[in-house]
Design a protein around this ligand. Structure first.
Ligand SMILES: [Zn+2]
Length: 372
């Protein structure tokens, strides 16, 4: 898990920054104050470069935030739940609850991002024109932001999934083929082709002596390539898991222990001998809770004889149980939200089985290996 911090909440959406953001923020401010502005406006006093650099860099990240916020607000107006936006090294990621349910929804949610960057570019262009000859630092900041937002809009419209342009392409292909997996594949391949072209171009720039420009281009290409591959796998996984039910995945031969046995007994008879790691705990034949190796570890050795399993188990009411009809994505969401490794499958108050994270992963691997 990466570290990120919440900075504020706007329109009910949590805005977070990833730890890598601090580094890139410092780098951008430094590059603006030491290189960009001094090269464009050589006659300013030293300290002014830093102030202008800092303001420009803050406005740049506000622009990125506005871009992500536009995606999020449009997604929400189309019925999607948006929990948070995390700002990363390259732009941001909005955590939208589901993959958009229809091509039309995906099309509009993706398209508004680059459009918002274009609008911001136009606004700063206006400020630049208005401030020219009146206030040079403000005009300089506005000029920079107008250019950079224009670049952001263009970059995001590159038709390679998962960039916004790639999502627009996927929406069109999805509408056309009626198959989201195929559409994602098309958009992902487009992204990989563009990524290879960028890497190739970057390397040729390096060979012609433009080392940093070339390295930068190649890095962006590499970033797009890995995102395209990951984005495709993620969609494939979600679509595959949509078709499977808890009742097909669950293990019905799970181990059940009584809540009255001691932790010491549990360790000796089950964990050490049979290498079992998680158990359903029953009291008088009814489900009472679940106990895992992690719970056992919290009990110091000298207390193990006197502590009962029922004292350390996660009680039934705190368990993230699923119904036999729950699909793979719902099970995975339960596992993630509770940070647990297994869920009981319950029907009519009775445990029918246990689904472990490993069962889901095996299922995904088998299906993707077989290409079905
Ligand atoms: Zn975007």
């Amino acid at each position: 898990m990466r570290t990120s911090w919440r900075i504020f909440t706007i329109f009910g959406i949590e805005i977070r920054i990833d730890s890598s953001w601090i580094l890139i923020f410092g780098l951008v401010t430094w590059a603006l104050a030491r290189h960009y502005f001094p090269s464009q406006y050589p006659h300013w006093p030293q300290e002014q470069y830093w102030l202008v650099g800092l303001i420009a860099s803050l406005l740049l990240f506000s622009s990125v935030l506005a871009h992500e916020l536009t995606h999020s607000l449009v997604a929400r107006s189309r019925g999607e739940e948006v929990r948070s936006i995390t700002l990363f090294l390259f732009g941001g990621v909005a955590e939208i609850s589901e993959e958009p349910g229809t091509p039309a929804k995906e099309f509009i949610i993706a398209l508004v991002g680059p459009l918002s960057s274009l609008v911001i570019a136009a606004l700063f262009f206006g400020v630049w024109q208005g401030m020219q000859g009146i206030n040079e630092p403000i005009a300089a900041i506005a000029r920079y932001l107008s250019i950079i937002n224009g670049i952001l809009a263009l970059f995001n419209m590159i038709p390679g999934f998962p960039l916004d342009g790639g999502r627009v392409l996927r929406a069109i292909a999805w509408k056309w083929t009626g198959d989201i997996k195929r559409a994602t594949r098309i958009a992902s391949v487009a992204g990989q082709v563009i990524a290879f072209l960028l890497i190739f171009f970057g390397i040729s720039q390096i060979l012609r002596g433009f080392f940093f420009d070339g390295l930068w281009t190649a890095l962006i290409g590499w970033f797009i390539h890995s995102a395209a591959v990951r984005g495709y796998r993620h969609t494939l996984m979600k679509e595959t898991l949509k078709d499977v039910r808890a009742k097909d995945l669950m293990d019905t031969a799970f181990k059940t222990i009584d809540g009255s046995i001691s932790v010491q007994e549990l360790i000796e008879d089950h964990i050490l001998q049979k290498k079992e790691r998680s158990f359903l705990v029953t009291e008088a034949g009814e489900l009472a809770g679940i106990v895992c190796l992690e719970d056992v570890k919290t009990v110091p050795p000298d207390k193990r004889q006197d502590t009962k399993v029922r004292d350390i188990m996660t009680p039934k009411d705190q368990l993230a149980a699923v119904s036999p009809e729950a699909d793979g994505n719902q099970i995975l969401a339960k596992l993630a939200s509770g940070k647990i490794h297994q869920v009981p499958v319950i029907e009519g108050g009775k445990i029918k089985g246990l689904v472990c994270r490993a069962d889901i992963l095996d299922f995904i691997h088998l299906r993707t290996d077989l290409g079905v």
